[in-house]
Design a protein around this ligand. Structure first.
Ligand code: TYM
Length: 347
């Protein structure tokens, strides 16, 4: 009997590097640290939705990652459910994937401990997210330092090979590859080396400060949340930082960011027209901003409508069922990893 009450006889344990599923496996995660913003949506969620038909997908709301910095427990509980609302409304259809909350699948944290023994201390020290988040903090938790190992466990426990993420997460996926490789070399082939799937929206910048990535941690002024009132969005778009006017081929960061957003959501025809005006030096930025506002609202309105139709009881049920389905796979991989490292069941 293993710790989860399941009987696994070592002789029956078949260790396979790729999952036995006919489709390739996709996994991604998002922290429930506030409502979903445009950077998350364009950088990761849209890609994750596009992968639903072709792959076997696992999408996790990673609450254990969110506690690596100071947090309010009540807010975390609320944000976890709200994030599920946001994801489903964006098209993460729970009938086509496994949507779950990380802490409800405790195998992630157990595998994380195992992987921490093959993760290099030096590699973790080089993680830029750790440096950024730890900088200027009075207290830096060990959890913040080992955060990427838990991320590796999130991925490897499903033997996922494709990971839709924004550019800021690529370094963590590369680390996951190294961890998988070291585990396989030391104990036997178990994990595939996952690849990051990054689209053109690799880095959406803040409209208020286009030199910095749009991020919840910068504050409300710097993000556009998908469920924000239209009047607030209009205000933020209108006050987006630009420059003194089209000045040649090289766009300033603010203008480049507005063009990127339009490119990701508007018709190619509209983009071409605006690009042509920019090149001619005739483009009024007020026009560019209004064009962005319109495409943005066309994209966000259906999401808000879908969100309003969801009810909390059903969302909680989706998450409970998702965790059950995720655990079936996670328990199998964990048993394989335990056996390989020599802590199999005491039969
Ligand atoms: P998180 O919660 O910070 O962000 C979720 C996803 O959104 C992307 N993203 C962006 N993309 C483009 N432009 C932006 N401004 C922008 N801001 C955020 C992120 O790259 C990410 O893909 N460590 C991860 C969560 C995680 C995870 C995983 C991801 C935990 N386990 C396993 C993949 C696989 C994080 O903090 O994402």
């Amino acid at each position: 009997m293993n710790v989860f009450g399941r009987s696994i006889s070592p002789s029956k344990l078949i260790v396979s590097k790729s999952s036995s599923h006919p489709k390739e496996t996709v996994l991604s995660g998002i922290q429930p640290t506030g409502t979903l913003h445009l950077g998350n949506y364009l950088g990761m969620v849209k890609n994750a939705v596009a992968m639903l038909e072709k792959y076997r997908c696992f999408y996790a709301i990673v609450d254990y990652h969110a506690i690596t910095v100071e947090h309010d427990p009540e807010e975390l509980k609320r944000n976890t459910i709200e994030m599920a609302f946001d994801l489903i409304a964006c098209g993460i259809d729970p009938k086509k994937c496994v949507l779950f909350v990380q802490s409800q699948v405790p195998e992630h944290t157990e595998l994380s401990w195992i992987l921490s023994t093959v993760a290099s201390y030096g590699d973790l020290q080089r993680m830029t997210q750790f440096k950024d988040k730890g900088e200027h903090q009075e207290f830096v938790s060990c959890g913040l330092f080992t955060y990427p190992v838990l991320q590796a466990a999130d991925i490897l426990i499903y033997k996922a090979s494709k990971i839709p993420v924004g550019e800021d997460q690529v370094q963590h996926i590369e680390l996951t590859r190294r961890i998988a490789r070291r585990f396989n070399q030391r104990f036997g082939e178990l994990f595939p080396e996952p690849e990051p799937i990054v689209n053109e929206a690799l880095r959406i910048m803040s409209l208020a400060d286009p030199e910095r990535k749009m991020s919840k941690s910068l504050g409300a002024k710097h993000t556009i949340s998908l469920t924000e009132p239209e009047s607030e969005i209009l205000k933020k778009v209108k006050s987006a930082v630009t420059d003194t006017g089209p000045q040649g081929k090289e766009k300033s960061p603010g203008v480049a960011n507005l063009f990127l957003l339009i490119k990701l959501m508007a018709s190619p025809k509209l983009l071409k027209e605006l690009e042509a005006e920019y090149t001619n030096g005739t483009l009024q930025y007020a026009k560019l901003k209004m064009a962005l506002f319109e495409v943005l609202m066309a994209e966000l309105k259906p999401i808000c409508e879908r969100r309003a139709q969801l009810d909390e009881t059903s969302v909680r049920k989706i998450l409970r069922e998702g965790a059950e389905r995720a655990r079936e796979v996670a328990q199998k991989t964990l048993a394989e990893a335990r056996e390989l490292i020599g802590v199999g069941p005491l039969v």
